[in-house]
Design a protein around this ligand. Structure first.
Ligand SMILES: [Ca+2]
Ligand SMILES: [Ca+2]
Ligand SMILES: [Ca+2]
Length: 327
């Protein structure tokens, strides 16, 4: 009995040690940038490995939505870090997309921040660049740290990077993004996106920002959103599109006229189900995505139109960071 007890204590102690050791490789200077980003102190930047292969354009967009940039290594140390990422990619002869392209002028490779490839200390793989089928405008890096020109529409894993330098911090909302506003009594932050997107893209943008398309859970929350919209009158927003419909996080994509939040609740369960007059009307050819009008009453809307949208971030929840050296 005693032996079992001692064994259990040792087991517990071992677990605690492992947990401590696991957190020790995390060194934050200042604040954490974003969920799932790891800070590399010697490189003074935050990195996130995206293991799901995407096209170069999708990879660039993904990093951009996360407030970061598709990495283009500037030092040998950064190349080594990317090589170690590739060692853990579970594929035959894997390579990463880098933030280097020749989309402006064929053969003239530049980084996304307009640095010439020649100014970076990088080497080509044997036989590269070869511009196969005159269609290789994007750059990949292999496990040896060598480059190849590659079809931008092929898919590869990639790494997003955010330099720590000059990064300001929105303390109230625990994000670098100054556009998030805290509703103190709701312990929640909101951001109205004034560059219009369709519902699916809005959903994706909010996710990339560590939040979700807003879900209204109370009258108080509705009133806060209506006030937020008052601060952004239509005439203050650039572009020619309907500015009185704002996408939020409910839909009836699964069963027509069965409205659910992104968390699967009915609107009544979520705490707010007040549609505007004559809504939902499921206007032809069918409105399957959730929105509000400027008074924050609910409306069903077409999913594929470009509208404003509101992201919500709870300041209580925090994501776990995935280690670059994990697995
Ligand atoms: Ca090539
Ligand atoms: Ca909410
Ligand atoms: Ca409608």
């Amino acid at each position: 009995m005693l032996i079992t007890y001692i064994f259990l204590i040792q087991l517990l102690a071992g677990t605690l040690y492992a947990a401590t050791a696991g957190t020790k490789q995390w060194q934050y200077t200042g604040s954490q940038f974003r969920e799932y980003y790891e800070f590399k102190s010697s490189l003074k930047a935050f990195y996130k490995v995206h293991r799901v292969p995407l096209t170069w354009h999708d990879a660039r967009t993904r990093c951009d939505r996360e407030g970061a940039e598709l990495v283009a290594p500037e030092t040998y140390e950064e190349v080594d870090m990317l090589k170690s990422v590739l060692e853990k990619v579970n594929a035959h002869n894997p390579s990463l997309f880098l933030g280097i392209h020749s989309l402006f002028m064929k053969g003239n490779f530049v980084t996304l921040s307009d640095v010439n490839l020649e100014d970076l200390s990088l080497t080509w793989e044997f036989g590269e660049p070869n511009n196969i089928a005159n269609n290789e405008n994007c750059i990949t890096m292999n496990q040896m740290g060598r480059l190849a020109d590659t079809d931008c529409n092929s898919v590869h894993p990639f790494v997003c990077k955010r330099k720590a330098k000059n990064m300001s911090w929105n303390n109230e909302c625990n994000t670098h993004d100054a556009a998030y506003t805290l509703a103190p009594s709701l312990s929640t932050c909101y951001k109205l996106h004034t560059q219009p997107k369709n519902w699916t893209t809005g959903y994706d943008v909010c996710k990339a920002e560590g939040g979700y398309l807003a879900i209204i859970n109370s009258i108080e929350e509705r009133d806060f959103l209506a006030k937020l919209l008052e601060k952004h009158p239509p005439e203050s927003i650039l572009g020619n599109f309907g500015k009185d419909i704002i996408y939020i996080g409910f839909h009836d994509l699964f069963v027509n006229r069965e409205y659910r939040t992104l968390e699967g609740q009915t609107l009544a369960e979520a705490g707010y189900n007040q549609f505007a007059g004559n809504q939902p009307d499921d206007a032809p050819p069918g409105e399957r995505c959730g929105s509000i009008f400027r008074n924050a009453q609910l409306n069903d809307a077409w999913c594929d139109r470009l509208f404003l949208f509101i992201c919500e971030r709870s300041i209580k929840k925090r994501g776990k960071a995935e280690s670059l050296s994990a697995q």
